[in-house]
Write a protein that binds this ligand. Structure first.
Ligand code: FMN
Length: 330
């Protein structure tokens, strides 16, 4: 691998209910270098809840970032310390989530209206830990669609000690759109991320939003330091098998689907022994054969409630056996 490449060159986005530890272990079988992010964990959940349940992960998941939701500097510093102690490689602050529940807690995207507070949050976290403190944000909130807004936000927050900004390159419309619509309706403006890189050459700028093929990632990497891919990586995970060779100059061959299936069978057996239902693992695997003729049989077998209830990890092998052999080796 080329060590001059940014560790943020290719990231898989934090996604609630999706990028749990089982999903991340699966993604790690497909790429050794992609940087993985947890689902958002709120400071309240960590301070008052079951810390191991929220923070435990498999050592294979590195490099791994914990995403926090919160807006109280002392709480965030405390949670950043927990993240560091647990072995995370990075702690990321969510300034991009538009959900109403999150707005009531006064964090997520609405924090973009308070750059000085975000700077103080970042400073408290950066003072508390040695791992990088990074920020994931939008380019604006509501109908504010001016580059100056996001430039001033990044400039202020960088003063707190964040050097990596993950830019979901659309505004968050806090009123009137559901979180799902907020990932689709506000227009993408990749040019804003490129301008941030030009205006802040020393910061690491990572572009996120709507990237769904090799050409789009290549085009982004010509302008910024890294990309973050969310939905496409989840729905078509085989895309991740390209990442190491193509974007990290790692000559090691991409894994074979067969090897990934075998690794996930063994992982599922361990997860079952630890008390997880089989579905908790298999639900993330449904896209593995996406676009291939056996895809439907694979999905159907892995979603069969009766078979899942039997709790036998070999179901994953049985599902793969239905995808014809030459395609499995592809
Ligand atoms: C199901 C789902 C859950 C998400 N949860 C989070 C989250 O917890 N934290 C966050 O910063 N963004 C979250 N996002 C937004 C993604 O991280 C990403 O910014 C967005 O999907 C745009 O990237 P994409 O077009 O590559 O999917 C979520 C997105 C989806 C689809």
């Amino acid at each position: 691998m080329d060590n001059s490449l940014s560790p943020w060159r290719f990231c898989v986005a934090p996604m609630m209910d999706w990028t749990d530890r089982h999903c991340r272990f699966f993604h790690r079988q497909l790429s050794r270098h992609a940087r993985l992010y947890t689902e958002m964990v709120t400071t309240g959940a960590l301070i008052h809840g079951d810390v191991p349940r929220h923070l435990d992960f498999d050592p294979a998941e590195h490099p791994l970032a914990l995403q926090l939701g919160g807006s109280e500097p002392d709480d965030l510093a405390r949670c950043a310390r927990l993240a560091e102690r647990w072995g995370y490689d990075e702690v990321n602050l969510n300034c991009g989530c538009p959900s109403e529940r999150v707005q009531r807690g006064a964090f997520g995207a609405c924090l973009m209206a308070e750059p000085a507070l975000v700077r103080d949050c970042v400073k408290a976290m950066a003072d508390a830990v040695a791992i990088p403190v990074t920020v994931k944000h939008r380019i604006g909130i509501d109908r504010v669609d001016s580059y100056d807004f996001v430039r001033d936000f990044v400039g202020t927050v960088a003063d707190g000690g964040a050097a990596v900004f993950i830019v979901h390159a659309r505004s968050a419309w806090l009123k009137g759109l559901s979180p799902k619509e907020n990932r689709e309706v506000p227009p993408l403006r990749y040019g804003f991320a490129a301008r941030l890189k030009a205006d802040f050459p020393r910061l690491t700028i990572v572009l996120n939003g709507g990237l769904a093929d090799v050409a789009a990632v290549d085009a982004a990497l010509a302008q910024v330091d890294g990309v973050m891919v969310g939905r496409h990586a989840y729905h078509e995970p085989w895309f991740l098998a390209e990442v190491d060779r193509r974007w990290f100059a790692d000559a090691q061959a991409a894994p074979a689907r067969e090897a990934v299936v075998a690794a996930m069978r063994d992982y599922a057996a361990r997860a079952l022994a630890a008390g997880a239902p089989l579905r908790a693992v298999t639900r993330h695997l449904l896209g593995l054969f996406q676009g291939l003729p056996g895809a439907r049989a694979w999905r159907r077998t892995l979603s069969d409630s009766g078979a899942l209830a039997a709790g036998d990890a070999d179901l994953i092998l049985a599902a793969a056996a239905q995808v014809r052999a030459p395609r499995l080796a592809a």
